[in-house]
Structure formats: C-alpha cells, structure tokens
Design a protein around this ligand. Sequence first.
Ligand code: SF4
Ligand code: MG
Length: 340
Amino acid sequence: MEHLLELRNIETCFKTDGQLVKAVDNVTMYLDPGEIIGIVGESGSGKSVTMMSMLQLIGSPGKVTGGEVYIRGNEKNMLEYGPNSEEMRHMRGGKISMIFQEPMTSLNPVLTIGYQIQENIMEHLKVDREEAKKRAIEMLKLVNIPDPQERFDYYPQQFSGGMRQRIMIAMAMSSEPEILVADEATTALDVTTQAQLLEMIRDIAKKTNTSVIIVTHNLGIVARFAERIYVMYSGSVVEMTDTKRLFADPEHPYTRALLRAIPRLDDPKDRILIPIEGLPPNPASRPEFCPFYERCEYRMNRCRECSKPALQEIVKGHFAACHLSEEEKKIKAEEIAAKK
Ligand code: SF4
Ligand code: MG
C-alpha cells in the first residue's frame, strides 16, 4: 500500500423510525505520510460520521454497513477488529488520535490534566510512570502551557477554553500517533485563536511527521491549512483535488457555489457572500439521481434521469461527481454569469 491510510467504500447507516438512513454513502479517501488534508462540507454532510466510522466510534442506532479501512504496516482491514478489541484500542489514540470540538467531553473533569496525559502515554508508548510524566510535561510545553511543571496537577476546569483545546492537542499528540484527526476542533473559538491553534497543530505535525485530517465546515480554514481537500455533500465525496487547484478551478457545481459564498482569498476585500439557496435532501428520502440537483444552478433535465454521478477523474488528481461535460459546464457558467 502506497498510502498511509485508505478508506474504501465506507457506508454507514442509521436506523430511525424503522427506516435505514445512509449517512455515509460509499466514501473513499486516502492520506499520505506527512500530509495535511481537509474534509469540508455543510453540517450533516457525513464528514464526522466518516471519521467516526473509521475509528469504529459509531454507536447504536448507527452502524458501519460496508467498506474497508487500511493503515500502512497493518495488513488487515481495521473494520474487522471489534470496536472494543485490543487492536482497535491500539489504533485509536495509538495510531490515530482525534481532537473534538468540545474538549470537556474528552477531558475527565475529576482527574488532573497531567495524570490524563501521563496515562495516555503509558498506555500507548509502554513507558514507566516517571518517563511518561517527563513526556507529558514536554508536551504541555510544546503547546505553550505556561508553568507546565506546576499545571501538570491542575484540573481541566482550571483552564480557559483556548488552553483546554491546547491541552487536547498535547494529549492527542502525546501518544505519537501517525495520524491526527481534528474534527471542528477549533469551531467554538474566535477566529484568531482558531488560526493559532491550527498553526500549532500544523507545526507540531510537521515536526513529528504526523499526517493530519482537518474536518470543518469552514472553507477558509481548509484553504489555509490543508494541502488537499475532499468536499462532501449529502453523505458522499463530490470533489477532491489539491487545495490550490480546488480554489483556482473548482469543478463541481456545489464547490463553485460554496466558493462564491466565502470571501475571496486572493482579495479579502472582495467579499462575495452569496449563500447557497435550499437545503440538502433529507437522507431518509434522498433521490436516486444527483443529490445536489434541487440546489444546482447547472442542472439539466438529464441530471434527473441519470443515476447519481460517480466521482470521475477530470484531469490528473482532480476528481468530481457531476454528469456535465467540461463544455456543458462552461456554457452553463456563462449563462449564470450573464443572469447576474
Ligand atoms: Fe448539478 Fe447535474 Fe452536476 Fe448534479 S449532475 S451537480 S445536478 S449539473
Ligand atoms: Mg461534524
């Protein structure tokens, strides 16, 4: 396997009111060593569920109903390990660490932060308590916690929100994972703090050769920090390419609409904030055809008659899921521009 991580055809369903709803529909992704990728999409597009599926963190009434996950150096499909198996616990936290939006849900309020980081290190790196403490303090220093020796014995609630997030980063990185998943890890914080934290994650990751997956609904964040981007819509990947290309030459009508809705990066004064009208389809009654159809400015009659478009490579390394040809898209784009 050439990639560090591969997700193949992941499918995850939830049972609601006796109905089986596909939250993740045939998602395939990869991550290379040392790479920082972004998964972007509106809330409910399946980004987090894809990550949780990979780590077997989907609880009832949800279930991973298909697909495979491979990590380099491990022959076996990770999804074949039981969610509570020794192997899976080693993957979670050991090989793949995850930082969530709300640190208080992952930090135990009745244990000191030092103890929690120390335990994590002991479990995954098999070192003794003393060595683990030394490493924990180093980690706290690395994320700029002042007086780490002393604060080792503090409880989570004795820190500010931003500091708790940094402690989460220290905790996640303390087991020396190969992959760090940051799921909306900074969304609750103000813009400046968000940028600082992501810079910190990037710097530590580059230093330790850790690969990072940034999960966010914020295109500005992926523009700035990710090297390659997956755009998700209604449970599927609709576009994937490197960041520069995605912003310079988006292919999927959804990505094009999204990019119109954020301030332009090349000229931040040029703020074109046009929200995309409409809502994604209800996953319980998703159409057989393209799920973006109802909101798509490019749609043609045949989009409704064909089945859901599959991801196709348009030029090398650039994939999009849309039935229209380049020529048709160009004509449509001109029509749309003329209308405005
Ligand atoms: Fe729009 Fe049709 Fe492309 Fe779907 S397949 S994104 S409806 S143009
Ligand atoms: Mg989410």
